[in-house]
Design a protein around this ligand. Structure first.
Ligand SMILES: Cc1ncc(COP(=O)(O)O)c(C=O)c1O
Length: 374
């Protein structure tokens, strides 16, 4: 193998995909309840998405951020319109880690401080500050460990307040629903208290919506359920339906100046078209409503499963926690039943992250398979 061997691979080679279905080289059909790790939002190869990106490529695929790109303006307007996040400006980049890296950097520029507060079981990506704010010592290299990140239990508001009061904190970064960590979510009181403490001490509150944003939870952003106003919102995965695009929404209290942030590829024409297509389809096909309908159906059906400890998450960011490790079950789902699902840091949790176009009858296929295996 000539590839740097960092991924344990399932022995499947997808060659094409359509909506919620993925096909391998032998034309075997797989039901995609993983969405390529919460990336596929409007369904694989959605015709509008394919058309818009192809048309754009015929005209202009890329030019640099030193010229005008009206697609970026249009994307900012559409995100603000659909999310209702009016007081923000958009900066575009290429991935979730990069979005969080820029968010943390901006918080540090704005406050003049260095310390980051993050939460146990959180995941924010693999770049320098983002990985330092990630609760996984295995992926933090010595060069990242020089960053000053403090980790608290999700919900432990006293420790956060105590630490913020000591000073030197630039940001509190949080996933309102933890993705990789296993779908834990705290209370509205906790998120609102966090917001209050950050405001009082001029600490930037960063909502990491890389996985939960762009409609996955049934709200445009997961934090909206808790009625808070983060200072910076990071986005990626579902934003491009597979096209690499990330971004941060920056509250207008944080001022821009030339050179503060920058990127070669971020916000390129194809990326903007991909994300605009996602927003167009989300709205036209009322996918956030679909998320809520299908999610309720999932929860009702899941309640009847044997050996189930807990149903976690919301919208289509869901987890089934069993009273045993799910690795073998996940293998059986893939190889026997041809269903992709996800795992998490919690070995007993099967994660369900389908395209937001999924329908009830697709979930029936999952529950039939689970009832056979359990
Ligand atoms: C919440 C969250 N933040 C950040 C990231 C990192 O995103 P990327 O892999 O695009 O760098 C992920 C990826 O799983 C994530 O789930």
């Amino acid at each position: 193998m000539n590839l740097f061997d960092v991924y344990p691979l399932f022995n499947i080679t997808p060659t094409k995909a359509k909506d919620v279905w993925v096909y391998d080289e032998n034309d075997n059909q797989y039901l995609d309840l993983y969405g390529g790790h919460a990336v596929i939002s409007i369904g694989h190869s959605h015709p509008q998405y394919v058309k818009n990106i192809s048309d754009q490529l015929k005209n202009l695929g890329f030019y640099s951020n030193s010229i005008k790109n009206p697609l970026q303006e249009e994307l900012a307007e559409r995100i603000i319109e659909l999310s209702g996040s009016n007081d923000y400006k958009l900066f575009l980049c290429n991935s979730g880690a990069e979005a969080n890296e820029n968010a943390l950097k901006l918080a540090s520029f704005h406050t003049g401080n260095k310390k980051i507060i993050a939460f146990k079981n959180g995941f924010h990506g693999r770049t320098s500050a983002a990985v330092a704010a990630t609760d996984n010592s295995k992926i933090i290299a010595p060069i990242n460990a020089q960053q000053q990140a403090l980790f608290f239990d999700l919900g432990d508001i006293e420790s956060v307040e105590h630490s913020v009061k000591k000073g030197a904190v630039c940001a509190v970064i949080i996933e309102c629903i933890q993705g990789v960590g296993g779908l834990d979510e705290s209370t509205t009181i906790f998120y609102q208290s966090l917001e209050k403490i950050c405001n009082k001490h001029n600490v930037m509150l960063i909502a990491d919506e890389v996985q939960s944003g762009f409609g996955r939870t049934g709200d445009f952003f997961a934090f909206q359920k808790h009625n808070i106003t983060p200072d910076i919102i990071s986005m990626a995965k579902g934003m491009g339906n597979g096209f690499p695009v990330g971004g941060i929404l920056i509250h207008q209290k944080i001022k821009a100046n030339y050179g503060l942030l920058g990127t070669t590829f971020g916000g390129n024409h194809l990326a903007c078209k991909a994300s605009l297509s996602v927003l167009e389809v989300l709205k036209k096909e009322q996918l956030m409503q679909n998320v809520n309908t299908v999610s309720q159906y999932f929860i009702e059906k899941a309640k009847t499963l044997p050996k189930l400890k807990q149903i976690k998450g919301r919208g289509l960011m869901l987890g089934l926690e069993f009273d045993f490790p799910i690795a073998e079950l996940r293998k059986a789902l893939i190889y026997k039943h041809k269903i992709f699902t996800g795992n998490s840091k919690n070995a007993n949790l099967l994660r369900i992250l389908p395209p937001l176009t999924i329908q009830k009858q697709h979930l029936d296929i999952l529950f039939d398979a689970l009832n056979k295996e359990l």
